[in-house]
Every structure is written in C-alpha cells, then in structure tokens.
Design a protein around this ligand. Structure first.
Ligand SMILES: CC(C)(COP(=O)(O)OP(=O)(O)OC[C@H]1O[C@@H](n2cnc3c(N)ncnc32)[C@H](O)[C@@H]1OP(=O)(O)O)[C@@H](O)C(=O)NCCC(=O)NCCS
Length: 185
C-alpha cells in the first residue's frame, strides 16, 4: 500500500512501505537530537517486527524534488478487532514546512478509508507543543492524560512528562470531509 498527495508547491509527498534496507535511515532519524525529546526510540528488532508483522504498517515518507527520504511513520492496530488504529509514530526531518500536516491527512485517509478504522488515536508528550497543535488542528480530540508516564532527561533536569491521549472517530472524520477540511493542504 502506498499513498500520495500533491504538495502546494513542488512534488508529491509519498508514503511507501519501509524496507529492511531503510532501517539504518529510520534509526538515524529517530536518534537525531531534534527528535529524541519527543519520542521513545526503538531498537532495530522492534522496527524489523513492525515492518514484518501485519498488525503494523511501517512507511518511509519521501518528499522533495528528488523524492528523497524525509522521515517515517508507523501505524499499529491495523488488524485490531475493535477497529481502533494507532498512529504510533511520525518523525520528519524537515520541520515547519507543512509536511507533517500532509502526512497526518494522508494517514487519516489510510486509517478510515483503507483500514476501515472506527477510531484513530495517538499519544503525544505534553511538552511537544508543535505536534499537539498539529493534531488538535487536524480534528483529534483530547481524551485524557497519562500523568507523568514518561521519564525525561536533559542536561539541565530530570523528571517526568505526561502523555496526552487524542483520538478521531470515523463520524468526526466524515463530518470534517463534508466541511472540506480533509482536502490536501
Ligand atoms: C511533529 C512533526 C511530525 C510535525 O511536522 P511538521 O512538518 O514540522 O509540521 P507542519 O509544518 O505541518 O506544522 C503543522 C502545525 O504545527 C504547528 N507548529 C509548527 N511549528 C510549531 C512550533 N514550533 N510550535 C508550536 N506549533 C507549531 C502549527 O499549528 C502548524 O500548522 P500551521 O503552520 O498551519 O499553523 C515534526 O515536527 C516532527 O517530526 N517532530 C519531531 C518528532 C515528533 O515530535 N513526532 C511526533 C510525536 S507524537
């Protein structure tokens, strides 16, 4: 499965299935200091599992004139009997250029149209104001907070952050579609 969206200025952003030969790239993006504070990186075995196990969808995000790799996304729960699909991870190297919004819209279409999800959900660290703003503006509703559930460690401080659980239901997605809010940005 792959999906494509036209960017407002430039070539399409494309999701294509991750190959085992992409995993060095995936791990390097995950461990980039600009991304690490916002995610809990996986080891190679976990990524290999997500590439191979049908309950996951692991994609490389390609963008730019030459279609080069910009990041990756992971969906989990693709075979969930409750039709509850999780946006497990999205990490992009180009920030603030609108690629995140395009990706999230593409993933919503994949979740609701292709995977027939009833609920599309995620969790995000409360310190991740950029991702929180993106998800809220894309219709995700806060369900609650898992208080102080992740450890954070910087040069300056040690402590805990809370995870914000957010979701979008199929009927909410359809209402957004009817309002024209789900077109390619
Ligand atoms: C989070 C991430 C996927 C967002 O992608 P992006 O391409 O940077 O985001 P976009 O350019 O599409 O911006 C989307 C919205 O985020 C918000 N935003 C962007 N930069 C922001 C910032 N510095 N602070 C607060 N909000 C910000 C804005 O609402 C923006 O929409 P607008 O410009 O139309 O108003 C990307 O920055 C990333 O990979 N970050 C590191 C890993 C990560 O945090 N992953 C998510 C874990 S849950």
């Amino acid at each position: 499965m792959s999906d494509e969206a036209a960017t407002p200025a430039g070539p399409p952003l494309r999701l294509r299935p991750t190959m085992l030969s992409d995993l060095d790239f995936v791990i390097s993006v995950e461990n980039d200091q600009r991304n690490l504070p916002f995610i809990t990186p996986w080891d190679r075995t976990q990524h290999e599992g997500a590439v191979r196990i049908p309950d996951f969808r692991h994609f490389i995000v390609e963008a730019g004139v030459d279609g080069s790799r910009d990041g990756f996304v992971i969906l989990q729960g693709c075979r969930n009997p409750h039709r509850s699909v999780e946006l497990k991870r999205v990490v992009l190297q180009s920030k603030g250029r609108g690629l995140g919004r395009q990706c999230v819209r593409m993933l919503k279409r994949m979740a609701f149209r292709d995977l027939r999800a009833h609920r599309f959900w995620l969790d995000v660290k409360s310190l991740n104001t950029r991702a929180l703003a993106l998800y809220a503006s894309e219709g995700f509703v806060e369900e609650g907070r898992l208080r102080e559930s992740v450890r954070i460690s910087t040069d300056l401080a040690e402590g805990y952050d809370s995870l914000v659980v957010m979701s979008l239901l199929d009927r909410e997605f359809q209402a957004r579609q009817a309002l024209g809010l789900e077109l390619d940005p």
